[in-house]
Design a protein around this ligand. Sequence first.
Ligand code: ATR
Length: 260
Amino acid sequence: MKKLFVIGNPISHSLSPKLHNYWIKQEKIEAIYDKKLLEKEELEENILKIKDGKISGMNVTLPFKKLVIPFLDELTENAKITQSVNTIYLHKKKVYGDNTDIYGFKTPLEDFGFNGENKKALILGAGGVSASSIVALKNLGVVQIILMNRTKQKAIEIKKMFEDIEVKNWGEKVNFDIVVNCTSLGLNNEDIGIDFSDIKDKIFYDIIYKPKTKFIINAEKNNKVISGKMMFIYQAQKSFEIWHGILPKIDSKVVELIND
Ligand code: ATR
């Protein structure tokens, strides 16, 4: 029986077990997926359990996506360029860290028919998923990326990884074709605190997987909106494929599972 976990702190809200166990059952795989609340000091011993074969794989969520890196043997290219790991697995006796957030972020935009050519993106927030969003937008051909974060220094740190992005002050007025909420604002129904009321016919993309954040509600009358729900499902789908070698189906039942 394969044992898989999502690790994070906090972790009680995670919908990953629901989704993975649904697919595990559907694909008739001998496995169980659970959540595990960890402290930073426990990361190393838990990752060693993957090396020992006691755990088959892990998803990593906040605040550990970067902190797990020193305990891994290898990083995939996507994990390396973002310095962010959300999927861990064993391959030829080595513990690998991969990043499926890029795929998760990119695929809903592709489904939507988004073409990045000549497009300008504004990213709000310099937290755990911002680098993945930047890589995904670049892959989609976006020509200009502006990053703003309440704590400007953190945006400047990300610019060191992606020199061609621009850093602006939090809340500064800029033109864009797509704006992405990569902050945690909205998780508890908070407003983003930036006035977009005069913006029309643009794309508002929230990485928070609640269907209706204030960011989305305020924008949807005059703009196209994408919630983080499909991003969440797609990143999980890719992790599932990495561990089990099967790309599980995304049907209406799967989408419903994430509705609460
Ligand atoms: P981490 O910053 O530890 O990686 P995260 O949840 O990935 O955690 O990121 C939280 C993001 O939401 C950060 O960009 C944070 O901005 P700061 O770097 O200034 O903390 C942003 N954020 C959280 N609360 C905010 C608020 N009230 N106003 C603006 N941005 C906020």
